[in-house]
Design a protein around this ligand. Structure first.
Ligand SMILES: [Zn+2]
Length: 320
């Protein structure tokens, strides 16, 4: 009898030890599209996660700790964005710890097509972009400094709320390939970094509508900028920022913690803008991501992550 108990305990111990040594991870969603944010969770320490496409780094994000809460175990996570310029193909998410590869996870990037549009710029808009102005350089350097800063606070875990309730009409989609036509006929191209929300129906202005924080977070910037007009930037999780441009006036205060749905300003047409609308953008470790992706799923889906990376070990751990 004693021998049986010993064998039972020993087997349990070996199984437990092997499970603890195993890297267990999950990637949400499993087959992201170009422009989608991707949440990665793992049961072992990581310093960063890289998205490798055709052998080259397409995106990189720092790892952060999601601490245990009550009876829920903690884990490590990283949130990165698949650039909208990546073609549909097989890619790899590489998890690293201090320069050592911990795990390589194959991911299939699902095909997505983006719209294209032509913007006719007014002389005033053209001047904003082309007239040399040192303040514009200072502002773009400050923006880059913010976007390249990865904090360690998780302010928001659930899905986002939409930043405008007065209208659901989109006047420009995320990832739209744009041709800007200047008054002198010159053309430039860019990719629309966010979504534009205009009046509820064409011809009806959204001017003065309330703008809300899409999630809980710290207000990192709330001030006038030359190109983006009155602007708000909120940090929601390490490396994850939501951005609101062209506001008529600002309510959010820099340094304040705001709740999801908190009033941060009013819709306007300040800066490089053709009419009253909200430009709503999501940046993840500097990369543009589709902000709507986090409306339909949580930033960090703790319940799903824990069920995927821990539950297989749970049964055996219970022997002790
Ligand atoms: Zn826009």
């Amino acid at each position: 009898m004693l021998k049986r108990v010993l064998i039972f305990l020993l087997t349990g111990f070996i199984l437990t030890a092997s499970i603890h040594a195993q890297v267990r991870y999950t990637v949400i969603p499993e087959s992201p599209r170009p422009g989608d944010p991707v949440t990665i969770a793992v049961n072992t320490p990581i310093t960063d996660a890289q998205l490798i496409v055709n052998g080259r780094q397409a995106a990189k994000a720092a790892g952060f700790t999601v601490p245990p809460e009550g009876t829920q175990p903690g884990f490590m996570a990283a949130i990165l964005a698949v650039p909208s310029t990546v073609e549909a193909e097989n890619a790899v998410i590489r998890l690293n710890n201090a320069g050592n590869i911990i795990q390589e996870i194959p991911v299939k990037i699902t095909q997505r097509t983006f719209r294209s549009e032509t913007l006719a710029l007014t002389a005033a808009m053209s001047n904003l972009v082309t007239t040399p102005d040192p303040q514009r350089t200072i502002e773009s350097e400050r923006l880059w400094e913010i976007l390249t800063t990865t904090g360690n606070q998780i302010y928001h875990e659930g899905p986002f709320v939409l930043p405008v309730t007065a209208s659901t009409r989109r006047t420009s989609q995320f990832g739209t390939r744009r041709v800007n036509v200047y008054p002198d006929g010159r053309r430039t191209t860019d990719i629309h970094a966010g979504v534009d929300i205009g009046g509820p129906v064409a011809g009806q202005s959204l001017q003065g509508a309330e703008v809300f924080a899409c999630g809980r977070g710290m207000v990192i910037l709330s001030r006038m900028r030359i190109l983006s007009g009155n602007s708000v930037i909120i940090e929601h999780a390490p490396g994850v920022y939501s951005i609101y441009y062209h506001l008529d006036s600002l309510v959010a205060r820099e340094g304040a913690i705001v709740e999801a749905g908190a009033l941060i300003g009013y819709v306007g047409s300040t800066g490089f803008s053709t009419g009253a609308h909200l430009h709503w953008e999501l940046r993840i470790s500097t990369e543009n991501a589709d902000p709507d992706a986090f409306v339909s799923r949580p930033l960090i889906d703790k319940a799903l992550i824990i069920s995927r990376i821990y539950n297989n070990g749970l049964q055996i751990n219970l022997l002790f």
